[in-house]
Design a binder for this molecule. Structure first.
Ligand SMILES: *[C@@H]1O[C@H](CO)[C@@H](O)[C@H](O)[C@H]1NC(C)=O
Ligand SMILES: *[C@@H]1O[C@H](CO)[C@@H](O)[C@H](O)[C@H]1NC(C)=O
Ligand SMILES: *[C@@H]1O[C@H](CO)[C@@H](O)[C@H](O)[C@H]1NC(C)=O
Ligand SMILES: *[C@@H]1O[C@H](CO)[C@@H](O)[C@H](O)[C@H]1NC(C)=O
Ligand SMILES: *[C@@H]1O[C@H](CO)[C@@H](O)[C@H](O)[C@H]1NC(C)=O
Length: 255
């Protein structure tokens, strides 16, 4: 069996198990949902690092972790006819500006960033009732942000922006202890001639029931879609546990 066939075969078994739990109708290939996903990555990014990656229109980046997105793991652009409409989230706008700002276009009153997140990820999350409108998707993400309280936790753990370096393992261990699950941490790799990486993104994972879960893949699972992390020319990648890690407080480079 080719890998793709195997994949559908496994999906098919899964669907059949589901379908037969609820009904005895026979199942056909069309029952396989093309936008099947099983985990949510809740990505926070560090605005100073995002600005370092592409400083075109970054002014006074917030000094707290902001939301990048809430992403189903294996599906994108699930409904191209369900258009983003900012009026639908007008009650959330103040919180959106504060906690989910378009860091790269801070001086403009733009909604493209939210539109992008809705089109690519929200339309897939919307297969769950809890996310099945724009107001619910963005509203629930804002709720999760308060619940996760990454900023509060890092401060309590004494992990603050600094001109000295952190050990990546110390940051990871602290988060793992606090949440009880393994996060995914992304960095800007060292520039040429440098030793340190720069922390840029922390992702906390949830099940469809919105329970915390490890971001690491279980053995045998393929990697989920990995294409959200490019801004301009630099790219974030999973941090290297053995490199010193910079958690910058200002845009300028060190020294
Ligand atoms: C896509 O979105 C439109 C507009 O909200 C909706 O009418 C339609 O049912 C959706 N399609 C699917 C497959 O969910
Ligand atoms: C956008 O949403 C508002 C409020 O729900 C609604 O009145 C308006 O018709 C929508 N606009 C479009 C283009 O769908
Ligand atoms: C920003 O845009 C929103 C919707 O497009 C509008 O309601 C609001 O008045 C604008 N704010 C400013 C400061 O221009
Ligand atoms: C998460 O991963 C750790 C190992 O890093 C493992 O001990 C634990 O059982 C996993 N938890 C869940 C809920 O999968
Ligand atoms: C992590 O960094 C160390 C030290 O520079 C290097 O030897 C190793 O190859 C890196 N690991 C990965 C996965 O890039």
């Amino acid at each position: 069996m080719k890998p793709a066939e195997l994949h559908y075969w496994i999906l098919g078994c899964f669907s059949m198990a589901l379908c037969c739990r609820y009904t005895s109708d026979s199942f056909t290939l069309s029952d396989i949902h093309p936008h099947h996903w099983n985990k949510l990555y809740f990505a926070h990014h560090w605005p100073v690092t995002v600005c370092k990656m592409n400083a075109n229109d970054c002014h006074d980046p917030p000094m707290y972790w902001t939301i990048h997105g809430l992403w189903p793991d294996r599906a994108e652009d699930c409904n191209r006819t369900w258009h983003f409409n900012v009026s639908e989230i007008k009650d959330l706008i103040l919180d959106m500006r504060h906690y989910w700002p378009d860091v790269l276009h801070s001086s403009q009153n733009r909604t493209q960033f939210w539109k992008h997140e809705w089109d690519k990820h929200g339309t897939c999350a919307a297969t769950l009732e809890v996310f099945n409108s724009q107001k619910k998707y963005f509203g629930k993400a804002l709720e999760l942000y308060q619940h996760v309280d990454l900023n509060g936790h890092l401060l309590k753990a004494g992990i603050k922006p600094s001109s000295s370096y952190y050990k990546m393992t110390a940051i990871k261990e602290s988060l793992r202890e606090f949440y009880g699950v393994t996060p995914k941490i992304q960095c800007l790799p060292p520039e040429e001639g440098e030793k340190a990486q720069t922390i840029g993104q922390i992702e906390i994972c949830f099940t469809k029931e919105l329970q915390l879960v490890n971001c690491t893949e279980r053995e045998g699972e393929s990697n989920p879609i990995q294409a959200h992390f490019k801004f301009g020319t630099s790219e974030l990648s999973v941090c290297n546990d053995s490199l010193p890690t910079y958690y910058p407080s200002e845009l300028q480079d060190r020294k």
